[in-house]
Design a protein around this ligand. Sequence first.
Ligand SMILES: *Cc1c(COP(=O)(O)O)cnc(C)c1O
Length: 430
Amino acid sequence: MSTNAQLFERAQLSIPGGVNSPVRAFRAVGGTPRFIARAQGAYMWDAEGAKYIDYIGSWGPMILGHGHPAVLDAVLKAAHDGFSFGAPTEREVELAEEIIRHVPSIEQVRLVSSGTEAGMSAIRLARGATGRSKIVKFEGCYHGHADALLVKAGSGLATFGHPTSAGVPAEVVQHTLVLEYNNLEQIEEVFKTQGHEIACVMIEPIAGNMNFVRAQVPFVKRIRELCDQHGALFVFDEVMTGFRVALGSAQSVYTQAIPGFRPDISVFGKVIGGGMPLAAFGTSRKIMQNLAPLGPVYQAGTLSGNPVATACGLATLKEISKPGFYEALGARTKSLVAGLTQAAKTAGVPFVGDSEGGMFGFFFASELPQNYNVVMATDKERFNRFFHGMLDCGVYLAPALYEAGFVSAAHTDADIAATVAAAASVLAKA
Ligand SMILES: *Cc1c(COP(=O)(O)O)cnc(C)c1O
């Protein structure tokens, strides 16, 4: 038995499913997950010494590639100064200032340790600030695994959503309304009937948890208007897109298309921690005043603003704010998608892809899906064959058709060319 398979068997004895986060178990694509021993730059090596070009990048954080020297140095220095104090530090102020500097919609942030925590806290803040209970989310958007957010749409618009996880009582999700992504009629209807009860609308502006689906500009614009008219807050979950698709995050992409556009609350994670457990939520100073210790909305964390994690995040932000960073990253990601598209075309396989900055997606379909149901109806069998074919060629793509992909600054043109060549050979066979 291979070392990966042995480790997986052993892992399943002490850890449920052998993994600490479900997608890692390869359930969607089948086969044995690779146990990663180490990573450097754009590459990872598994427990058997096999090398992979990494397009997961820890699901987004590793925008500089693995082991970037400046980041590694900052982390080692910080570790020498102490792992955690449970008291304020200058570095967390610096990180907050850096985030605020690049994202004009926010005046204050609070640092937490995971995207789940940030999303959950953003909802509590929105509810506390508005004095309302209902929240709107969209099918296929993931905002972490807080109870109130593990919901799928009910049978009709007027009905409440159903929990998507056992252990979440129906009462806990009774205030969560789940609508179809990019569906203007549904959002109009919900605001018409319940607008005065809605605390916030939460969205992944470029949804990366159903592969890669952009919220259409008219959709975002209309939600902004409806929130303003009805006194609801618009929450951008940028845990994945934040500092990944642009230095100003996905909201800067929408501000270009909709002059003056800003979300009310923004949620960050992944890239801002550079691979360490760190996330944040932020908004105007006025709304943030509702948060403890200033206001009545309670929120806290033993390891929040951790000194080693903030050092990692700060060093990462410093590198990605250098001039030309996103132009180069965006161009490389585009060339990957263009190369894959061409390889599929040559093989006569229906294929579409899209990207923004260092985030991309592709589908075995003839046009880009606009919502979750369409994503899930794309060719899963072909995706799974493609995934395993690529893995055998040393290319590590996300192991599920509903996940996005990530290119880092460490990926070279040669890495992209090798990936495209692998895709051409895999698609010719399948
Ligand atoms: C990853 C992710 C989360 C959850 O973050 P964790 O750090 O895994 O808790 C929330 N929202 C979005 C959009 C994400 O991609």
